[in-house]
Design a protein around this ligand. Sequence first.
Ligand code: TXA
Ligand code: MG
Length: 333
Amino acid sequence: MTMQKNINTEILNQDMKSLRKACYFLNKNELVSFPTETVYGLGASAISNIGVAKIFSVKGRPKYNPLIIHIANKQDADKWAQVPKEAELLIESFWPGPLTLVLNRKKPFTALSTLVTGNLETIAIRVPLHPTARALIKEFGSPLAAPSANISGRISPTRAKDVLVNMDGKISALIKGDDCSIGLESTIVSFANNEPVLLRPGGLPEEIIEEKLGRPLLKSTQVLSNQRKIIAPGMMESHYAPNCNLKLNQVNSQTNELFLGFGDMPKNAIGLNLSLTRNLKEAATNFFATLTDIDTMAELMRYKTVCVAPIPNLGLGVAINDRLKRAAIKKES
Ligand code: TXA
Ligand code: MG
């Protein structure tokens, strides 16, 4: 990987003057991190090959892993993509919000950077709910490519300070907002083959989508073997990785281990808690920040292992368990 030169990272507020400054950087093909309701995004103009190339370079992201394009409204989706009836229904119900749709692109291919879509025939799009993200897209007047603002494979940031730990000196600006309210990335549903397929569980629970559609979502594992193109190329086995080892579904920890709780902490356990009241929404909001903090704690205390309480596998718990499973997988290097 080529080394990025260290640049000055400007910290911006969320007022219009700051957003105009952010647009100035984006127009120069530079990177700006901004808050969304799910996680902080690392934004570049989606029509700028240079800007998008910088995202891949700064994140150390594999080039085959395309990015989500953030748009202002449904009309933008119609410009870039074919929207089947059921997708339309989901758009009406859940946009703006934490739902990304993978749709077939309109042909002839539009001005979008080929890097942003991995030159696939599909495009991943969403309309974020966060007022700053929306105001930024509106002011910029063109779609923004934005993956989560972490180094590829590491923990996604839901706090401005976590963005800075990874991105200070590498991006032109960070728009500093509050902590992200949902705390998990958007749920991704593909309509590439007309049938709705869940590619990534996320901030919008699948039960809610299924209720709206009146039928179950197919799972990507069900279609993987015969339709290669439908996979979310970025669903890497190891992801969201802390430095410590995670032991999942634990009811206790040893004296030289930390405990990440959900509900009452086991007797004598030391650590942090996702939600003392076993509230999945609260656990989702806290998830990446708490994982970051307990990893730091483990490092400072020279503990190698964090034991994690079982999380119920329903609603937002499905997305939390998905992240935990990937975070627990040992990295190759
Ligand atoms: O909540 C979110 O979605 C956040 C915020 C910043 O909006 N963004 C985010 O982006 O999580 P990222 O790049 O970390 O994840 C994008 C995912 C990857 O798994 C990628 O493989 C998948 O979307 N993806 C993108 N384009 C796709 C396509 N055409 N077909 C299938 N999967 C696609
Ligand atoms: Mg990500």
